[in-house]
Design a protein around this ligand. Structure first.
Ligand code: IMP
Length: 178
């Protein structure tokens, strides 16, 4: 097959088409436009992987909203503080706000859990989670993922913002290990 993509030492084959992605993104936007119409949500786009999904999604979101871009940094604190998670880039006061987390993929949910713990301390009104992809067989956390584009098995995928060792984020479609 000539539509395989080689990234470093691995080959990937087409998995989810642009059309499937577009439909999934539109469905999420429609739900958000209906359900959060009166909430003036702030979207927190989790970089780097979510940039492409966020751009497509937010073009279809027609309700009043704010958009901010964050990174989740986690490091070992002192023995008394344990693991410390910090949100980089959040300058807005989100107290009392409806927050929509925009993720590229939810796998084990560890990243999401860290993020949720920080947001809980900031006394937001409510947090909704939107993700382009979800691996349900891997996700074991208790947080409801409100808006899911496409559920996939525990396969490693690249493209549409997702990377393999820093590469492949620019691919329009989603590819899986061949
Ligand atoms: P989690 O904390 O296990 O839910 O994983 C979150 C992060 O792992 C995502 O934001 C991605 O950066 C990365 N990740 C998980 N699965 C994949 C994959 O299939 N391809 C590329 N990155 C992935």
């Amino acid at each position: 097959m000539n539509n395989l993509v080689t990234i470093k030492d691995k080959q990937f084959k087409p998995y989810i088409s642009q059309q499937q992605i577009t439909t999934a993104v539109k469905n999420i936007a429609d739900a958000i436009n209906t359900e959060l119409a009166n909430d003036f949500p702030i979207f927190l786009v989790v970089l780097n992987g979510s940039f492409m999904f966020a751009a497509d999604l937010l073009k279809e979101v027609t309700i009043p909203c704010e958009i901010s871009f964050i990174k989740v940094a986690s490091y070992h604190g002192t023995s008394s503080t344990g693991n410390v998670t910090e949100l980089i880039g959040l300058t807005e006061d989100i107290t009392g706000r409806t927050v929509v987390i925009v993720e590229d993929i939810v796998d084990t949910g560890i990243t999401l859990e860290r993020l949720m713990n920080v947001l809980t301390r900031k006394n937001v009104k409510q947090t909704k989670i939107a993700t382009a992809l979800l691996k349900p067989q891997s996700y074991k956390k208790q947080f409801k993922v409100h808006y899911v584009g496409i559920e996939i098995p525990n396969d490693f995928v690249v493209g549409y913002g997702l990377d393999y060792d820093g590469l492949g984020r620019n691919l329009k479609e989603i590819y899986v290990l061949a």
